[in-house]
Design a protein around this ligand. Structure first.
Ligand code: ADP
Ligand code: MG
Length: 684
């Protein structure tokens, strides 16, 4: 592949910065080029101080009469300087950047840009970015990329590395057949890459984006078609005739299955006994009760003498499923054994699990991607279920296929993909839909509030905790960030601990070690922690029915589907549950997206409203979260493109099934690379 050299070949990027880039998944120039902005900033002419708006991000032209002052407040170092113009006075403040004192000398001249706030001490700008006026001039009216950042790796560093990467990169031959490019009016590849980072204006950006979205779908669908064996009517070596254990457990469950669960279960059982390889997608809204279907199917496999695996996207979820199987089996006297396989287990723990798997002491294997690693050798794996995850449902088949005869595959998802799109994306799967919630559920009560409501929300949470319930509080970020405004888990936890004395408040985020995450999640599930402040790591699958409050800070930042998933963490038991969405945008206006959630708890309705509200081309809205990890593309807002790509792929493969024509040589190469990197992702 071109552009595979390490980032350290760029000027100004040493080992330390390269390490930080690695944290966000960027190792090579090529990775960097595909590290797309999460938003864009438009820089405006600097304003007069008198025109600055409280709360807005603004730029001012600042001439320093005197140098900056540095101070220290127990551990906190402050650098401040005041600038004046004819219209007023503005105080600039920086935290933890003592070295700035040397830059901010008398008679220096900068453009300062940052968020303005009116304090008791007067108008203030905190942590402003500073630019030489001649540099700022070049930014004016041009769109500037805003990248996802991490501590120590700010936007400026990323953007300047990007500029360099663009200038040193090796241009790639466009792999898309020229006919398709022309017919779809798509930008040339190298052009699109440059302009997704530094577009001149929104037209330019949309043009670049259109090409890259097309590519994402195109390669994905080609890969799916290629990986997909012609599954229809493949004979299965695993026929599951016996069902007495599974049926017994089904009857003994503490609840009756809903009609929709029952129907789905029968479809699955019929597949498993049919003598043909099952390929089924189970779609059901959050809380519709998909897990029990998986568990019964796994038990069916076990009682027929086979092994079954349940693969999930997060360790937290893996552990949770593992515990619920173990408890369920032991409380019903079922003598089948489950083991856990996750990345964060020690080498010794892993080895123990692997041994149990190869000796078939383990009937059921539950884990993350780790369970399809090469080292894991199954005795006779007959059923693979993936929960809350589609993507590796496709490629994992090959991996597992190599481990014996083709297993049955069951894919479970809460993503409400309209049927027409599902058929394109998972054309080779049969679909069961669980379109009904258990009858003991009360609809979640929702509210959308501004930040002024927080104190009341805390009192409300305290009240629920007093009744023995638990709460989640979601923040968009892990830690404080210079560039992006928003609540963060670490600071929020401190505040909540003060506001909720006597209540145990803990936090959870993706940067924590696996072991720490597990410990916190286990304690929360056991009720030892009452309030869990978390990022969206708990978004999928987590099931703690005793939790009744979901409070989401900066709700305006999340996509609708993601909010719906988050909200789905409550309302999972018989108690009344609540979802408090805090809209911190401060504009006092109703947020149309949040109103949709406020009004409805129905995932399919929400997805369709999302599509209507955002419309194709709304690329500034936050992307949907979902199982399909496209970088730019969104299966909802880009649904029209998706359909078109699907047709194009079909036509192409009809014409040249194995991409052997000379004009498809580049494409074949690109597809091979794509498959290779998807596999890398798989064998984490
Ligand atoms: P999801 O579909 O989101 O994966 P789960 O399978 O985790 O949902 O189920 C959510 C909760 O509902 C669990 O606590 C589960 O025990 C419970 N549950 C599942 N089916 C039923 C049912 N038919 N009646 C009552 N509760 C149920
Ligand atoms: Mg689930």
């Amino acid at each position: 592949m071109e552009n595979r050299q390490s980032l350290e070949t760029l000027k100004g990027i040493g080992e330390k910065t390269a390490k930080l880039f690695e944290k966000v998944g960027v190792k090579t120039i090529d990775d960097l080029l595909h590290y797309y902005p999460r938003a864009y900033d438009t820089f405006e002419e600097p304003k007069a101080i008198g025109e600055l708006l409280d709360g807005a991000v603004e730029a001012v032209d600042g001439y320093l009469k005197s140098g900056a002052a540095g101070r220290n407040f127990g551990g906190l170092s402050l650098v401040t300087v005041t600038i004046n113009d004819m219209t007023g006075k503005l105080k600039l403040v920086w935290y933890h950047m003592p070295y700035l004192k040397n830059t901010l000398r008398p008679d220096s001249h900068y453009i300062f840009r940052g968020r303005v706030s009116r304090k008791k001490s007067g108008l203030t700008m905190e942590q402003p970015q500073m630019y030489k006026p001649e540099v700022y001039e070049t930014f004016l009216k041009r769109m500037q990329p805003v990248y996802a950042q991490t501590k120590g790796l700010g936007n400026k560093t990323i953007a300047s590395a990007m500029e360099q990467a663009l200038s040193v990169r090796v241009m790639e031959k466009d792999y898309l057949p020229a006919g398709l490019r022309k017919a779809n009016e798509l930008a040339e590849y190298n052009f699109a890459i440059e302009h997704i980072h530094f577009p001149k204006d929104s037209t330019d950006l949309l043009f670049a984006r259109k090409r890259l979205v097309y590519d994402e779908f195109f390669l994905f669908l080609l890969a799916v078609r290629r990986l997909k064996e012609k599954r229809q009517d493949i004979k299965s070596s695993y026929v599951m005739e016996k069902d007495s254990l599974a049926r017994k457990l089904e009857k003994e469950l503490p609840y009756a299955l809903t009609k929709a669960q029952k129907r789905t279960l029968e479809e699955v059982f019929l597949d498993l006994k049919s003598g043909k390889v099952m390929n089924r997608l189970v779609q059901g809204d959050v809380g519709s009760g998909k897990t029990v279907i998986a568990l019964l199917a796994l038990l069916l496999a076990a009682e027929n003498g086979y092994q079954g695996a349940l693969m999930v996207p997060t360790e937290v979820l893996a552990r949770q499923h593992y515990e619920s199987v173990t408890k369920l089996f032991s409380s019903h006297g079922i003598l089948k054994t489950a083991v856990l396989v996750t990345g964060s287990m020690t080498a010794k723990e892993k080895r123990l699990s692997y041994e149990k798997i190869s000796s078939h002491e383990a009937d059921i294997v539950i884990g993350t991607h780790a369970l399809i690693q090469e080292k894991v050798v199954y005795d006779n794996l007959a059923l693979v279920i993936t929960d809350e995850q589609h993507r590796f449902g496709v490629a994992q088949r090959e991996m597992l296929g190599n481990k014996g005869a083709l297993p049955h595959v069951l894919v479970m998802s809460a993503t409400p993909i309209p049927r027409t799109l599902a058929i394109i994306l998972y054309g080779d799967l049969d679909i069961s839909v669980i379109d009904e919630l258990p009858s003991n559920r009360l609809p979640i009560k929702n509210c959308v509030v501004d930040t002024g409501y927080r104190e009341r929300a805390y009192r409300f949470i305290a009240g629920e905790v007093a009744k023995g319930r638990q709460a989640y509080v979601i923040c968009p970020m892990v830690e404080d960030s210079e560039m992006i405004e928003g609540e963060n888990v670490l600071d929020y936890t401190k505040v909540l601990r003060e506001k909720l004395p006597g209540i145990r408040v803990e936090y959870l985020h993706g940067k924590m070690k696996g072991k720490e995450k597990n410990a916190i999640m286990e304690e929360f599930a056991a009720g030892a922690i009452q309030v869990l402040v978390s990022t969206t790591v708990i978004e999928v699958g987590v099931n703690v029915p005793n939790a009744t409050v979901m409070m989401i800070e900066n709700a305006e930042r999340f996509g609708l589907a993601q909010l719906h998933q988050l909200r789905g963490r409550v309302g999972r038991g018989k108690e009344q549950s609540y979802c408090i969405m805090v809209n911190a945008s401060g504009d006092g206006e109703k947020n149309a997206r949040l109103e949709v959630l406020n009004k409805s708890n129905d995932g399919f309705f929400i997805a369709s409203e999302d599509l209507r509200l955002r419309g194709p081309g709304d690329i500034f809205g936050l992307r949907q979260s979902g199982d399909l990890e496209f970088k730019l593309a969104d299966i909802y807002t880009d649904a029209i493109t998706l359909k078109k790509v699907s047709e194009d792929v079909n036509t192409l493969l009809k014409q040249d099934e194995n991409l052997l024509l000379p004009e498809h040589a580049e494409l074949r190469k690109k597809l091979d690379q794509y498959l290779e990197t998807s596999y890398e992702k798989l064998s984490l």
